[in-house]
Design a protein around this ligand. Structure first.
Ligand code: ELE
Length: 204
């Protein structure tokens, strides 16, 4: 995971794509704005096809699968070409699948016990999900006991809170859907999305 997250911009767009025809133009728009690592959530029927499409058409872009809830989805994502996987939580079954498949995996955590479980299973880069209202406070509290763990907070982050998250020494990147809101994607507002990507990069 290390290399992939370091490349991640420091922002990781969380994408929900219903129409595979929009995948490549969207990935291109983000890439033009300086973002070359994306998370395509497996929340829509064509998500695996979307991952395949972007990998084929834009080899310069690094594509991960998000909302990976089962070992089977982890495997399907890897077969479709996903280069990493992201989950909203941590389960031993997913940890085993990621390790067995050698799939870089960013598991979600919220509590200190979950951080400890993920750490015990060998994971040191974790998603803090949902970051929500308490994200900054949790990150500051976790910096004490978990000095070898870094986080990618996600869930509830927006352009106004981004800089405060990225200032934290235990934050490696921030994830979020604000970079490609569904309404802009469906309206094919590519220059606006490139602008959002650029703005996020500049705020870092
Ligand atoms: O499902 C996953 O694996 C995820 O990565 C969850 C996403 O990070 C959040 O759903 C993004 O939250 P918003 O930016 O508030 O829309």
């Amino acid at each position: 995971m290390e290399g992939i997250l370091v490349q991640a911009a420091p922002v990781l767009p969380v994408l929900v794509i219903d129409d595979p025809a929009l995948a490549v133009p969207l990935a291109s728009a983000l890439w033009q704005g300086g973002i070359s690592v994306l998370e395509v959530t497996l929340r829509t029927g064509p998500a695996l096809e979307v991952i395949r499409h972007i990998r084929q058409e834009l080899p310069e872009v690094v594509v991960g699968a998000g909302t990976v809830l089962s070992a089977r989805q982890m495997q399907q994502a890897q077969q479709a070409g996903a280069q990493f996987a992201v989950s909203p939580g941590f389960t031993p079954a997913l940890a085993e699948a990621a390790t067995g498949q050698q799939m870089p995996w960013l598991p979600g955590v919220q509590t200190a016990s979950e951080v400890m479980q993920a750490r015990e299973a060998g994971f040191r880069q974790l998603k803090l999900f949902p970051a929500g209202e308490r994200g900054l406070e949790l990150l500051d509290s976790y910096a004490g006991p978990f000095q070898d763990v870094v986080f990618c907070p996600s869930g509830g982050i927006n352009p106004a809170s981004l800089a405060r998250y990225l200032e934290r020494p235990n934050v490696i990147c921030c994830g979020g859907s604000w970079l490609a809101p569904r309404v802009l994607v469906e309206a094919r507002e590519w220059p606006t999305i490139t602008g959002l990507a650029r703005q996020a990069r500049e705020s870092c």
